[in-house]
Each structure stands twice: as structure tokens, then as C-alpha cells.
Write a protein that binds this ligand. Structure first.
Ligand SMILES: Cc1ncc(COP(=O)(O)O)c(C=O)c1O
Length: 441
């Protein structure tokens, strides 16, 4: 007699890609936050829930849907590349960010693809360019969701160090020279760079390095066309310091750079809309992949974004966010100054924008997920992102384990100081140094 229960099924024959793809650490961090509702969450890279533009979006949606023909258009599919008037508006918007007239940009609105978040653009560009084993150069540390995407595409991520001026572009030049010497230049397809208020460090690529990076890819262009993918997700969240032109704006023929921006950070992640300006020949390949993904991002969201840009609510909202996040940035820096022991080789970045501060502890303090300090922090009611997620191994397979990514995006302003105080208590307990009396409350 046979019953279904007696015949265990063989494992589902997943694709090589599915088997290769690892879970993004973000899932585990979200689970930990949900299991500990009282936690001060300095890990979440989420935007501030209290500043989300609920009234503006309600009013805009009402306007769109109360006009039957507009409502019907918004609830219908649009094109794979994205709503034309939105792309025109975005072209003007990028020009304004660059301090240029739209005609001074090296690309038109026809070179802009609207995507389902800028994450989709990161994925699609990789999908269109990378075969297994192809090389992407990035900074160490880098945005870990993107490096996870590259791992899933079976690309090889080669990393260069970074400092307060961003990615070390001379190290990029040296790496490219070495790869060329080894005959591997044809495998190099992309240089990925979060040029504004980086995730995870909060730091930006200096103007001199932007120019130099472009110069490096131009010098190789007849042997290998390597594209710089500039991820500018946090560009508009600038609290102080000079506005900087993108590398895309320094690429007058639109041949060597890709510029990705998003509505998620400066407006509302729930719209899940990003937009990317890219070279013509890449655009066609990307659109074919996007045709397989979703043949167009949510059209209602695109209409809402367009209206927000047209009626001024987008710009007003960015101004509100800048004020609110600047205060939070100041609060986290002040709290670090107040609570973190300074005499133990502990340092942190001082970002001029974005949502992150990057804390470097002495090598003896292991911040990794498996080390006790992570759970210790959670039991003290505070959570951070272990820095290990943001690094690729060096040539000896080593990954630094003494960093924390701290985000001030989602956390309530009144919780920042207590959160850092709890974190500092755990760090202090890990240090073997005598704690200096001026830090004791
Ligand atoms: C550096 C960076 N790039 C891209 C993204 C993707 O965001 P979205 O897909 O919501 O535009 C994020 C999100 O956190 C990010 O931090």
C-alpha cells in the first residue's frame, strides 16, 4: 500500500543561480528588530516614518483619480522605459542638481529609464553586462545589498580601499593595470561607486577623485569600455558641505557612466521608484531585461511622483527631510562624542549627508554577527549592522570585523542618545582599557 506521506519528495531542483544566491543579511536584521520591539534600531537603513509625505500623496492621488481620463491613464500600463513626462521632468531635475541647463547634460530624457527602485537598475545593469566570472570593481566597504546582487549574478567583486575622500581611485588604476598585465582586462565591466554620502560610511567621493576615475576609464576606452556605475541614492540628502557634480555630468558623450537616483530616500520608498541615466547602447540591453522583469514600473506610482515634482511638493519635502535628518545627524555625532571612549582608538565618520555613520573599533572588538557583542547589544536594547556584511574578503580571504554601521534614519530623535549610550556601555565592557573618568556620567 502506498500513501503520499511515505514517499518523501526529492529536493526541488533549483537553478544554479537560486542555489548560489545567499539570503540578504537585511532579512535577519529585520527579524531581530521584530522579535525585540523595544529595541533602539540603529541598524535599519529605513527613512524616518514621521516625515513620510502622507498628506501630499493623499492629495496628489485624489487629484489624479478624480480626473477620469488621467485616472484611467494612471491605472493602465505604461511603457517599459517609463512615463515620458516623468522622464522629461527627471531630466530637468538632474540638470538642476548639477547646476546646469538640461541641454548642457550629455544625455536626454530618452536615456533615462524609470525602474522599480534604484535597486532594480543596479540589478538590470549587472544582468545586461555581466557573465559569470566578470569583474566589478567596488570600494571596501560597499553597499551590501548590491554586492549580494553581484554574488547572485556570479560576478567577481574586486575591492579597493577607501578613505575620507571616498574610493581610492589610484588603487583602481593600479588594479586595472595589474588585471591588464594578467590578460583579464576584458573581464572588467563595471566600477561601482556610491559617490554621495555612501552606504555604509556616509562619505563621498571627492571632486578630484571623480575627475580622476573618469580619466582612468577614458584612458582604457579603446582596449575595454568599462562603465562607472554611480549610485547616487543619497545625493539629495545633503546637510552641509558643497554640492558636487556627478561623474555623469563630466561625461559629455554619455559613453562611460551610469547615474542612478531614487525617490526612496528623498521622498517615499513606498513608491519604489528609481531612475537611471545610461549610455544608449546599454539602455537597449537593460530595457530588454526589464521587459522580462516587469515591462514597466508601477504606473500609478510614476504619476504620483510626476505630480509631486510638478506641484512643488517634492522639493518642499526634500527641504523638510534635510532639516530633520541634519538634526539627527548632529544628535548622533554629539552622542558618540559624549559616550564613546575616545582614548581607545575608536573613530567614526562625520557625514555631510545621507543616513549613516561608520564606527571603527579597535581590532580586538569583534562586532560580527556570531561574536557575543551583537547579542549583547540586542539584550541592552540597541542594534547595529555588523560591518562585516559590507566588506569583500581581501586576497588572503580576510574580512575586517571591527566596524559598525549606525543609521540615524528611522530612529526617533529622542532615542539617539540613549541608543548610543547603550552601545557605548557594551563597547566599553569589551575594551580592556581603563575607562577615562571624563566619560563617566
Ligand atoms: C546605496 C543604495 N543604493 C540603492 C538603494 C536601493 O534603494 P531603492 O531600490 O529603494 O531605490 C539603497 C537602499 O537602501 C542604497 O542604500
Amino acid at each position: 500500500m502506498s500513501s503520499r506521506a511515505e514517499q518523501p519528495l526529492p529536493p526541488l531542483p533549483l537553478s544554479t543561480k537560486a542555489r548560489r544566491t545567499r539570503e540578504q543579511p537585511i532579512s535577519f536584521l529585520i527579524e531581530t528588530a521584530l522579535r525585540n520591539p523595544g529595541l533602539i534600531n540603529l541598524a535599519a537603513g529605513l527613512v524616518d516614518p514621521l516625515t513620510l509625505p502622507v498628506d501630499e500623496c493623499a492629495e496628489i492621488t485624489r487629484r489624479i483619480l478624480s480626473d477620469p481620463s488621467r485616472g484611467r491613464a494612471a491605472l493602465q500600463y505604461d511603457t517599459t522605459v517609463g512615463l515620458r513626462p516623468l522622464r522629461q521632468k527627471l531630466h530637468e531635475h538632474i540638470a538642476a542638481l548639477e547646476g546646469l541647463a538640461p541641454r548642457e547634460l550629455g544625455f536626454t530624457s530618452d536615456h533615462i529609464v524609470v525602474t522599480t527602485g534604484s535597486q532594480q537598475a543596479l540589478y538590470l545593469v549587472g544582468d545586461a553586462l555581466l557573465d559569470p566570472g566578470d569583474i566589478v570593481i567596488a570600494a571596501n566597504p560597499s553597499y551590501f545589498v548590491y554586492t549580494g546582487t553581484l554574488q547572485s549574478l556570479d560576478a567577481k567583486v574586486l575591492c579597493v580601499p577607501m578613505d575620507d575622500d571616498g574610493m581610492d581611485v589610484e588603487a583602481v588604476a593600479q588594479l586595472l593595470a595589474r588585471l591588464e598585465g594578467e590578460g583579464r582586462l576584458p573581464r572588467v565591466k563595471l566600477i561601482y561607486c556610491t559617490s554621495y554620502f555612501d552606504n555604509p560610511t556616509g562619505l563621498s567621493l571627492s571632486v578630484a577623485r571623480r575627475k580622476r576615475l573618469l580619466e582612468i576609464v577614458l584612458s582604457l576606452r579603446h582596449r575595454q569600455r568599462i562603465l562607472i556605475h554611480e549610485d547616487a541614492a543619497y545625493r539629495e540628502l545633503r546637510y552641509d558641505g558643497p554640492a558636487m557634480r556627478s561623474m555623469k555630468s563630466m561625461d559629455p558623450d554619455n559613453r562611460h557612466t551610469i547615474l542612478s537616483l531614487t525617490f526612496s530616500k528623498p521622498f517615499a520608498p513606498g513608491l519604489k521608484l528609481g531612475y537611471t541615466a545610461m549610455p544608449d547602447d546599454l539602455l537597449h540591453a537593460v530595457l530588454q531585461q526589464k521587459g522580462n522583469h516587469d515591462f514597466g514600473s508601477a504606473n500609478l506610482a510614476q504619476h504620483i511622483a510626476l505630480e509631486a515634482m510638478r506641484d512643488g511638493s517634492y522639493d518642499k519635502h526634500v527641504a523638510v527631510l534635510i532639516r530633520s535628518y541634519r538634526a539627527k545627524r548632529d544628535a548622533i555625532l554629539a552622542a558618540l562624542e559624549r559616550f564613546m571612549p575616545r582614548d581607545a582608538g575608536i573613530t567614526w565618520t562625520h557625514p555631510h549627508g545621507g543616513l549613516y555613520v561608520w564606527l571603527t573599533l579597535p581590532p580586538s572588538v569583534d562586532t560580527s554577527r556570531e561574536a557575543g557583542i551583537f547579542d549583547e547589544c540586542v539584550s541592552h536594547g540597541v542594534m547595529y549592522v555588523p560591518g562585516e556584511y559590507c566588506f569583500q574578503p581581501d586576497e588572503l580571504g580576510r574580512i575586517p570585523q571591527n566596524h559598525m554601521r549606525l543609521s540615524f534614519g528611522q530612529v526617533d530623535p529622542g532615542q539617539i542618545a540613549p541608543g548610543i549610550e547603550r552601545l557605548a556601555q557594551v563597547v566599553r565592557a569589551q575594551l580592556t582599557i581603563e575607562y577615562s573618568p571624563q566619560h563617566v556620567e
